[in-house]
Write a protein that binds this ligand. Structure first.
Ligand SMILES: *[C@@H]1O[C@H](CO)[C@@H](O)[C@H](O)[C@H]1NC(C)=O
Ligand SMILES: *[C@@H]1O[C@H](CO)[C@@H](O)[C@H](O)[C@H]1NC(C)=O
Ligand SMILES: *[C@@H]1O[C@H](CO)[C@@H](O)[C@H](O)[C@H]1NC(C)=O
Ligand SMILES: *[C@@H]1O[C@H](CO)[C@@H](O)[C@H](O)[C@H]1NC(C)=O
Length: 308
């Protein structure tokens, strides 16, 4: 997309050798041979001018040698080009352009050997360029619990897969509502992970907006986070606590109150069944009174009354 950018910050070339010819004449004294290397990378339909000496790994790259010959002294000369990519790969050709890709990140020295053809009529030279190959930021992942609580310090770990250094800017959006006025917190990251600390002020859906960039790429990701009110947990604990206590109390009550509830009947006891002895001294096997006696009050007890 930058191919047409007018102000090219051109890569400085190191002219380490030139002028191999000795004959006289305007074409045979090329002492001031100059040129430049220009890097492009193409991804999808976009072409980027890489003018900072940094390239993205794994991306189709094209390097063009532009001979500076304003007086057109060498317009009729031919050249041969030997490209040493610095990764063990050497490519030869007669065009001032080479296409390749670096698969691994790292620092490389790209060397171009330009040979004149015929040598008497054209300049020759060796040009070298330091190239820093970086992995583009292709993913940002949130390694954290999926639930967060209000008014509690939460730690959120972000994992980024690009080459550092990366500039990371992040912000939390309450209810995921875009807030153009709010800036983001910018951090220079020299590692692949970042731990954010945040205290959510309200329950509901929140968003974490993260953008990251290094010299060759930029990526923006939004995570939605569910923030719950932690007193709900509290309430759950209280209720379960109450249930246990209520069960105990009602059991005691059931035992203690049995004689009055049954009036003159006597409780002959047992865990599951109650043997009732009525006036006529008949023994009645009664399960239901046990069930009722122990269970009904449990539900009716207001929990908070007993609780811890
Ligand atoms: C091109 O030739 C002219 C003379 O015709 C000379 O003055 C000039 O330095 C040459 N330029 C280069 C780059 O060799
Ligand atoms: C590559 O070069 C840059 C500076 O150009 C330097 O900061 C970085 O540490 C180098 N990386 C490696 C792996 O040597
Ligand atoms: C969160 O942690 C910071 C220090 O890391 C502390 O100052 C703050 O009080 C904590 N907030 C809560 C709600 O615990
Ligand atoms: C979050 O807190 C940890 C220590 O608890 C700290 O190492 C980290 O730098 C903090 N993160 C940010 C973005 O301040």
């Amino acid at each position: 997309m930058d191919r047409a950018r007018p102000a090219w910050f051109l890569l400085r070339l190191l002219l380490t050798a030139a002028a191999l010819t000795e004959s006289a004449g305007p074409l045979t004294d090329p002492e001031r041979v100059a040129g430049r290397l220009v890097f492009y990378q193409t991804e999808g339909s976009a072409t980027y001018l890489r003018d900072s000496g940094a390239l993205a790994s794994g991306v189709a790259t094209e390097t063009v040698f532009e001979l500076l010959d304003p007086e057109r002294n060498f317009s009729s000369a031919g050249f041969s080009y030997t490209w040493d990519l610095g990764n063990g790969e050497v490519i030869r050709g007669t065009e001032p352009v080479v296409r390749y890709r670096y698969s691994e990140s790292g620092n490389y020295t790209l060397r171009l050997n330009v040979g004149g053809n015929p040598p008497q009529l054209a300049p020759a030279g060796v040009f070298a360029q330091e190239v820093q190959v970086l992995d583009a930021v292709r993913s940002i992942q949130l390694v954290a619990p999926s639930d967060y609580s209000v008014n509690r310090n939460s730690s959120l770990d972000l994992q980024l897969d690009g080459s550092p250094p990366m500039w990371v800017c992040w912000r939390f959006l309450r209810n995921c509502a875009p807030d153009p006025a709010a800036g983001c917190t910018l951090t220079l990251l020299r590692a692949a992970s970042l731990r954010l600390n945040h205290t959510f002020g309200s329950a509901g859906l929140h968003c974490l907006d993260v953008s990251a960039r290094n010299a060759v790429s930029a990526l923006r990701v939004t995570f939605s986070l569910k923030v719950t009110r932690n007193d709900r947990l509290h309430l759950l604990f209280i209720l379960s606590c109450a249930a246990v206590l209520a069960a105990t109390f009602s059991f005691i009550l059931a035992i203690a109150c049995r004689p009055w509830q049954l009036n003159s009947s006597q409780v002959a006891a047992s865990s599951n069944a109650t043997f009732l002895k009525d006036q006529d001294s008949k023994i009645i096997l009664n399960f239901s009174s046990v069930e009722k006696g122990e269970r009904v009050p449990l539900i009716l007890q207001p929990g908070s009354q007993y609780c811890c």
